[in-house]
Design a protein around this ligand. Structure first.
Ligand code: NAI
Length: 214
């Protein structure tokens, strides 16, 4: 496969392709034309062809796409053919919600541990996973080969905890705390900010329904 740089916009669309193809697979659809896929996904057929050409195509003239094959291949591109071990740091509202969401596991993201400093939370279990204090965090990370840490702790605490985790070998951070990090270059931080998404919604609403007297 070509190792050229893939644009962020394409990468952003891949999980959506993956989800649609997964839905089609569940409905036992064997193949689909780029036109049909485009109708369902509300992306132009040429956009789909262009996106998938980044990875070598996958389609066959006059046949369309083999749904299972394309789903598997996009899954590989997204790294979903592997299993990732996750820990959640911070077992408050958000950390508990993440821990309660079983569907991540179906996609290969396995929650191995949940950590919090609050003694009232330590010892409780969420979906059978015990909330632990941070005393043996380093050992836990190494023993359980943790790949990803979900950061759901206050922004004042998050940078130091992330630095420690990175020094113990964690390479992926799924960050929810509204703060920036100074982490080694080989570490990848994926930010999820619901408030930013809401602001985008607000922008689109205000653009679409601008009052006439503005
Ligand atoms: P919360 O107050 O319910 O939970 C935070 C938990 O972190 C508490 O249980 C606390 O004991 C624990 N904690 C504090 N210091 C810690 C440390 N050093 N190590 C481990 N755990 C520690 O707060 P909530 O609502 O769950 O939010 C958590 C974080 O996520 C905050 O930074 C918040 O701003 C952020 N957040 C981000 C969202 C997003 O869309 N990105 C949405 C909601 C919250």
């Amino acid at each position: 496969m070509d190792k050229k740089e893939i644009s962020k916009a394409v990468i952003n669309r891949l999980p959506r392709y993956y989800r649609y193809l997964g839905d089609l697979l569940e409905k036992d659809v064997v193949r689909i034309s780029s036109k049909e896929l485009s109708k369902r996904m509300k992306v132009t057929a040429s956009q789909i062809r262009q996106d998938l050409n980044n990875f070598g195509g996958f389609g066959q003239q006059g046949y369309g796409y083999n749904v299972e094959y394309l789903h598997t291949e996009i899954g590989k591109i997204l790294g979903l053919d592997k299993q990732y071990n996750i820990i959640i740091i911070g077992a408050g509202n958000l950390g508990q919600a993440l821990a309660n969401y079983a569907d991540f596991e179906r996609r290969g993201f396995i929650v191995k541990g949940i950590f919090d400093v609050n003694p009232r939370l330590v010892g409780l279990t969420i979906r059978g996973i015990e909330i632990r204090n941070l005393d043996n965090l380093e050992e836990f990370v190494k023993m359980n080969q943790i790949d990803i840490a979900a950061l759901a702790l206050p922004k004042t605490q998050a940078p130091q905890v992330a630095l420690d985790l990175a020094s113990w070998g964690i390479k992926g951070f799924w960050n929810f705390a509204p703060t920036d990090y100074q982490l080694p270059d080989d570490v990848i931080v994926e930010n999820v900010h619901l408030a930013e998404s809401l602001m985008k919604l607000s922008y689109r609403l205000s653009e679409k329904y601008k009052s006439v007297d503005n």
